[in-house]
Design a protein around this ligand. Structure first.
Ligand SMILES: [Fe+2]
Ligand SMILES: [Fe+2]
Length: 337
């Protein structure tokens, strides 16, 4: 054993490391730890329905199937998405955690999420936020099963080791506010005393009827060259991102619309809410249709297209707020498709 090797061993025993053993790299760029992937609606929804039949009662809170990138534990390195099935009459007990979460309703209606005492009805296409440390519980008071997409910043919080969670004293919260309180409290006509200085976003319900109308009216105009018509679900108080840790967006590709290639340091999860189309991620082409979910890793060239005669609507979740707020957001564009 030569002297350098002896020194390396001694350092190892003292929990130290000499950098001379690490290959030198001065020129580098991000290499994403997960590959792009697509999950088909039929596979995921069949499995969820099967879980609904075979899991014993009392497991309803965990009747959740998460998308995990091949070989990984989570959907992306920063955000996680999955599907929750809640049967008629079931309650998910009140709790809170440092994870910021969203629900985007796919099937069924008539369920309710209560956040900080405010009831948020859940209809197809509604997006409901439960920001960091807000009490929340769910109840399906309808006579149909409800399926929603459930997204969180759990992978990022695991990295930061900042997980706190606790149960509420009762199974459900007391309702202390009327329906749509947040919508009117935070409307353009609102009390002057509201401060926008806080980091956390307010709990909010973005009603599908409003989003759909916005897509219809704004869809008459030219879209973004890289994203088609892209609308962000913004913090109603500040106009900033949905939550400090991730952004939710709704994206419409008009019939025959194709976007240009670009890449950026945020990574995204897309869920096809309506229609069909395709996404090209470097050498791979993914054809998608209603209900499919796919991931676009950071810093990969990608573009989207709708080769059908109907509009395609994608729900998206990405970690751009984290990249922007820390000064790591970069984007590169091309002129071509
Ligand atoms: Fe939760
Ligand atoms: Fe993009």
């Amino acid at each position: 054993m030569d002297k350098v090797e002896q020194l390396n061993r001694r350092l190892e025993e003292m929990n130290l490391v000499g950098y001379w053993g690490i290959p030198r790299t001065e020129v580098f760029e991000p290499v994403c730890s997960f590959a792009p992937n697509i999950w088909r609606w039929k596979d995921v929804s069949d499995a969820l329905r099967e879980a609904g039949e075979i899991l014993p009662p009392g497991q309803s809170f965990r009747r959740f199937i998460a998308f995990k990138s091949p070989g990984k534990a989570r959907t992306t390195h920063t955000v996680a998405l999955g599907l929750q099935l809640v049967k008629p009459g079931e309650i998910a007990e009140a709790h809170r955690h440092t994870m910021g979460a969203i629900r985007f309703v796919l099937e069924g209606g008539g369920a309710q999420t209560t956040v900080e005492g405010e009831p948020f009805p859940m209809e197809r296409g509604d997006l409901i936020t439960t920001p960091n440390w807000t009490w929340h519980d769910h109840f399906n008071g309808s006579d149909r099963p409800v399926i929603w997409l459930d997204g969180t910043d759990r992978p990022l919080l695991d990295l930061l080791e900042i997980g706190f969670g606790e149960l509420f004293s009762e199974r459900q919260q007391m309702i202390t506010k009327p329906v749509d309180s947040a919508i009117y409290e935070l409307a353009p006509v609102r009390a002057g005393r509201l401060s926008s200085a806080r980091v956390q976003s307010p709990p909010y319900r973005y009603r599908w009827k409003d989003t759909e109308r916005a897509l219809k009216i704004l869809g008459e105009k030219a879209g973004d060259p890289f994203d088609g018509l892209l609308l962000r679900y913004v913090n109603p108080l500040t106009g900033g991102f949905t939550l400090p840790t991730f952004s939710c967006e709704i994206q419409m590709l008009r019939p025959k619309e194709e976007t240009r290639l670009h890449r950026h340091t945020s990574s995204a999860i897309y869920h096809v809410f309506e229609g069909r189309g395709f996404t090209v991620i470097e050498e791979q082409r993914f054809e998608w249709e209603k209900g499919d979910t796919l991931t676009v890793p950071l810093w990969r060239w990608h573009r989207h297209g709708n080769n059908s005669g109907e509009p395609a609507i994608l729900f998206a979740m990405n970690d751009r707020p984290v990249m922007e707020s820390l000064g790591f957001y970069r984007e590169e564009a091309t002129e071509w498709r």
